[in-house]
Design a protein around this ligand. Sequence first.
Ligand SMILES: *Cc1c(COP(=O)(O)O)cnc(C)c1O
Length: 352
Amino acid sequence: MYPRLNIDLDKFYKNTSFFVGMSKDNNVDLMSVTKCFCGDIILAEQQVEAGVKYLADSRIQNLIKMKDIGAPKVLIRIPMQSEVSSIIKYADISFNSELETIKKLNEEAKKQEKIHKILVMIDLGDLREGILPENVDETVKEIIKLSNIKIIGFGVNLTCYGGIIPSEDNLGKLVEISEELESKYNLNLEIISGGNSSSIYLFDSKKMPNKINNLRLGEAILLGRETAYGNNIEGTSDDVFVLEAEIVELKTKGSVPIGEIGMDAFGNKPSFKEQGFILRAILAVGQQDVNYDGLVPIDSKIEILGASSDHLLLNLENTNKDYKVGDTIKFKVDYGALLKLYTSEYIEKNYI
Ligand SMILES: *Cc1c(COP(=O)(O)O)cnc(C)c1O
């Protein structure tokens, strides 16, 4: 069935093992971030087999899917107060930055007779989640009064909203705050979590502070690239996931629409490059399933022209291959495209 996402399980396992190995060499435990593949249990199981220590996701629904897999589950998005009961039930650890929510988690943990572990997020400049450094002490002082909450670590998230790159400086600050509060409040920390796929470049340059003992990796494992500078990582595959879609129309037509140009299907005014008559293909996949600017045709002579909700338009004029209606065309995907493809129920997940 098409369109489908081909998932190469062998390459996926190898990519996971690669980063497990890299982390081990640097005394770091790995949280695999499973949100980009919606907590798909086939992939999550492979990752635990390959040596990932924790499974981490932003959505409780995905942690529930993975509940029977033998690794601690971590909720990495700041909890909603409306979901505390399932968090206590299904998340072994949650990342937090709001005292009021932590108090609600504590009440719920008492009800369920559990001790809930939390990691306190500190904002070191990226301006997404986290307590500001100057306010962490007063917050921790309140958290430790709660009977059923245990602080097991501190963490930071960078390069997500503000694009701030992890450095010896900001991660050093995380370590400094963590150690200071650990001794002041007798915390017994298990985790100092130094970020996501944008932090791994620090291993190469030997600039990762050695007290950082945890990273949370999604994109690096899935697409074989680090995200501080966008470099591919040697020894990993960038084509674990490949979109394959079918040609439903193939005709030579002009390259610029005829008539007055108004708006496209999404309310934008489109523009076109005049390249005369070209061989145009329509594939049965569209913006409902994927953002087309996140696709790279494996046949590099193919040009993507655009897409509407259910149609992807290609220029096949320059390819050497003799495509026919009913043939399929394959694409590598970026993070945004993969996220959307996984989420679309119209895309078959084809494990190979
Ligand atoms: C999504 C996310 C990650 C993983 O980011 P990648 O760039 O895919 O490695 C790590 N931590 C948090 C808090 C996240 O939300």
